[in-house]
Write a protein that binds this ligand. Structure first.
Ligand SMILES: Cc1cc2nc3c(=O)[nH]c(=O)nc-3n(C[C@H](O)[C@H](O)[C@H](O)COP(=O)(O)OP(=O)(O)OC[C@H]3O[C@@H](n4cnc5c(N)ncnc54)[C@H](O)[C@@H]3O)c2cc1C
Ligand SMILES: NC(=O)c1ccc[n+]([C@@H]2O[C@H](COP(=O)([O-])OP(=O)(O)OC[C@H]3O[C@@H](n4cnc5c(N)ncnc54)[C@H](O)[C@@H]3O)[C@@H](O)[C@H]2O)c1
Length: 473
């Protein structure tokens, strides 16, 4: 059977663009279908890029506020400037992800929503295209929980918050996950009074508990955090709204000008008519095996839509694996064991592998945990950023099973541990690498030194060395 294309990629975000560009570079005929006017997906338009631009602007304002206090009018102006800077940053990257770039690679672009007609046919707007293989990369959208009255207020999500130009006086945030926390801190630093309402026991539920406690304490200095709080309803008021919630059995309420919903993500699968192609959806996401194949063998799924790990670098990783399998015919498996992530709060949080609780469950008495508090490191003392810690867990031989940190710039300097793990090196080998003093990553080698201290202290080798020094030197 003849097909219009060898590969049709649905979705022009982080995952889809990686697949389309990779497939075209190997000489495949490729169709890329994107329902929005621009390529780039959530990361570029409503996610990583605008949020990181906003976080940087907010950080500068926050640091400046240590030296001179701003009036309400000055905060209004700084807020507008921050939002304009966000738009400029998105525009910069948009040029990099331009349609022309992909057309030049020989890819046929379709600007329409795609739906499967049958296993090899897509309806794309008023056209029909066929392909031998498909990669679904349709991403995710914000979950809007069924809260009474929420639909009567003009609530914000990550898709609308970056379009704000006027500073709200106050903001209630539903959800204390990564999105809620990053955006809340940025807003607070731009002069918005923020209250986070989190239904679970703690914010940032996927992080190591000790790291979360530090993050919670530090964030509470800048904004209000309510945990174990269930939002019951939202009432619209002439000026803003009131959020009613139940916390620990008691009812409470807060008034706010705006409300942001950051309550998790839903995979974008509804429009695809996946049943027509025999593709199964499990727990709301496209079901895939370790090679990223769906229940239809010629159809693959990458990125947020498959429910694995909703990060841009994971969409990129999966995109590369999908190219190997769908284009080159390999059966490469994707592994998430060595995938780190960073929460871009101030200070940043770095996450790799198991948390301490998970590692203790898995390794029990065989687990080694090495920890350095930043207050015991010269650079963090010098910069007066002493809050935070580094924690690395290994097995008895030094194989890294988890690494976590909270501290100024942790997203950059902790990746040293991620690189060691990816290269299958033992944690203690870092002790042999000379670090320039007082670079922040000294705190990582300082932590690796603890391995030797633990291993040598009280060991028979240490006793023999002591005997040798005392007897012969
Ligand atoms: C506020 C925020 C901040 C974030 N920050 C970070 C961060 O700092 N680091 C990080 O790693 N991750 C971050 N993420 C997560 C990251 O944005 C996602 O993991 C990433 O965008 C997923 O890429 P994707 O290709 O799966 O989906 P997307 O990038 O969302 O792309 C999917 C594309 O498919 C299109 N589409 C959907 N359905 C159809 C259809 N039927 N037909 C045609 N087109 C369709 C959509 O329009 C979209 O363009 C953040 C997310 C948010 C919301
Ligand atoms: N720095 C980064 O890499 C980065 C930044 C932002 C987002 N992301 C990605 O996006 C994903 C989604 O982020 P997210 O924060 O939306 O989701 P999430 O699932 O991490 O957090 C959602 C939070 O909302 C809470 N919640 C849900 N319904 C609620 C309700 N009705 N009332 C009160 N609380 C409620 C949940 O308990 C949870 O803690 C992240 O897991 C991450 O993978 C990554």
């Amino acid at each position: 059977m003849n097909f219009d294309y060898q590969i049709a990629v649905i979705g022009g975000g982080s995952g889809g663009l990686t697949v389309a560009a990779g497939a075209a570079s190997f000489g495949a005929s490729v169709a890329l279908i994107e329902r929005k006017a621009e390529l780039g997906g959530d990361c570029l338009h409503y996610g990583c890029m605008p949020s990181k631009a906003l976080i940087q602007s907010a950080k500068e304002v926050y640091e400046a506020a240590h030296y001179s206090s701003f009036t309400s009018e000055e905060y209004d102006r700084l807020f507008r400037q921050a939002m304009e800077r966000v738009a400029a940053a998105v525009q910069d990257v948009q040029e990099h992800d331009s349609k022309e770039r992909f057309i030049k690679l020989g890819i046929d672009l379709y600007e329409a929503e795609a739906a499967f007609k049958d296993e090899h046919t897509l309806i794309v707007g008023d056209k029909t295209i066929t392909a031998k293989r498909f990669v679904i990369a349709t991403g995710s959208s914000p979950i809007v929980p069924p809260i009474n009255g929420l639909d009567t207020v003009d609530y914000l999500t990550n898709e609308t918050i970056f379009s704000l130009r006027e500073r709200p006086e106050s903001l209630a945030v539903v959800g204390g996950g990564i999105i809620g926390i990053e955006l809340s801190q940025a807003m607070a630093r731009l002069g918005v009074e923020v209250t986070i309402i989190e239904g679970g026991d703690e914010i940032l539920s996927k992080e190591d508990q000790e790291i979360v406690r530090t993050a919670h304490d530090l964030l509470s200095q800048e904004l209000s955090v309510l945990t174990r709080a269930k939002v019951d309803r939202v009432d619209k008021k002439p000026q803003g709204l009131t959020v009613y919630y139940t916390k620990d059995g008691a009812e409470g309420s807060i008034d706010a000008e705006r409300i942001l919903v950051a309550a998790g993500r839903n995979a974008n699968v509804d429009a695809l008519e996946l049943q027509n192609a025999g593709v199964k959806v499990t727990r709301g996401s496209v079901e895939v095996d370790a090679t990223l194949r769906t229940t239809s063998r010629h159809i693959y799924a990458v990125g947020d839509c498959n429910g694995s790990m909703p990060f841009t670098h994971v969409a990129g990783l999966e995109g590369k694996v999908a190219v190997s399998n769908a284009v080159l015919g390999l059966s490469k498996k994707v592994s998430y064991e060595k995938v780190p992530w960073v929460v871009y709060t101030s200070p940043e949080i770095y996450h790799l592998g198991l948390t301490e609780t998970e590692a203790q469950e898995k390794y029990g008495d065989h687990l080694l945990t090495f920890k350095t508090m930043l207050r015991n490191n010269d650079r963090f003392m010098a910069e007066r950023h002493k809050e935070g810690l580094v924690k690395v867990m290994t097995n008895q031989r030094g194989k890294i099973v988890g690494a976590h940190a909270i501290g100024e710039g942790a997203g950059e300097w902790m990746q040293e541990v991620g690189t060691l793990q990816a290269l299958n090196k033992k944690f203690q080998s870092l002790s042999n690498v000379v670090h320039p003093y007082p670079a922040r990553n000294n705190v990582v080698s300082q932590t690796a030194d603890l391995y030797w201290r633990e291993k040598l202290f009280d060991s028979s080798l240490n006793k023999a060395i002591s005997w040798y020094v005392q007897t012969f030197r």
